[in-house]
Design a protein around this ligand. Structure first.
Ligand SMILES: [Mg+2]
Ligand SMILES: [Zn+2]
Length: 231
């Protein structure tokens, strides 16, 4: 029997907008944009980029929370999680964003029980903020704060759902990918098995077909409730 683990990106995939960018736009000194340009140009990795940017945030916890409470998620995400649970597939949020922000936003939808692997946002109790990256991997070419391919290691069968560069390293090792936006082109040009999605409603619709899409023999997917229904 193979257990499916779904690793789902947050910013741009679950959250409609990039939460880190929203926080920086509202609360960081404008120098954050110069650092962002260094990242876009490939001069630094996302871990170095975000560590420097988060240190520029000057805001109270109440102000940060108020902004986070305005962020919305793909309306199909709760139904997607329910469908995955019905099929005995676990869902873990893997993000190169900020754990505190993710947990608070998901709590607004009653979904903060999901495991989260992300950078750790720390508050000094006043107006200062800093970043730790417990899931970084010095060996990964991504130089991300959260190395998603490291998070996935040792998992039997992995579905990645994502939209951008933070997903590229895991896309290369996942068993299958539901790709959105820039991740579609990456999968196409590098020959990674994937399905293109526009949103999580598409992801939910594809979920029952996942074993077949990923080329998993029926003998390995008999534990899926859906399989039993089809027999
Ligand atoms: Mg993303
Ligand atoms: Zn990696």
């Amino acid at each position: 029997m193979r257990d499916w683990m779904i690793l789902c990106d947050f910013d741009g995939t679950i959250a409609v907008d990039d939460v880190t960018d929203a926080l920086l736009t509202s609360f960081a000194a404008s120098e954050w944009m110069r650092i962002e340009a260094d990242w876009h140009a490939g001069r630094i990795g996302s871990r170095e980029c975000m560590t420097a940017q988060v240190a520029l945030i000057d805001a109270s916890q109440q102000a940060v929370d108020a902004l986070l409470d305005t962020m919305i998620i793909d309306p199909a995400f709760p139904a997607f999680v329910a469908e995955a649970a019905r099929m005995d597939m676990s869902v873990t949020v893997v993000s190169d964003g900020l754990d505190y922000a993710i947990r608070r936003i998901l709590a607004g939808y009653g979904l903060d029980y999901l495991p989260i692997r992300a950078n750790r946002l720390l508050h000094d109790g006043d107006r200062g903020w800093s970043l730790q990256s417990p899931f970084a991997s010095p060996g990964c070419a991504s130089a991300s704060g959260t190395c998603k391919c490291r998070v996935a290691r040792d998992q039997a069968t992995t579905l990645l759902i994502g939209d951008g560069p933070s997903d590229f390293c895991l896309a290369g090792t996942a068993d299958y990918v539901f790709a959105k936006d820039r991740l579609i082109k990456h999968c196409r040009t590098t020959g990674i098995p994937h399905s293109s999605i526009a949103n999580l409603r598409d992801a939910r619709a594809l979920l029952p077909r996942l074993p077949g899409l990923a080329g998993i023999p029926a003998a390995f997917s008999q534990n899926l409730p859906l399989r039993r229904q089809m027999v």
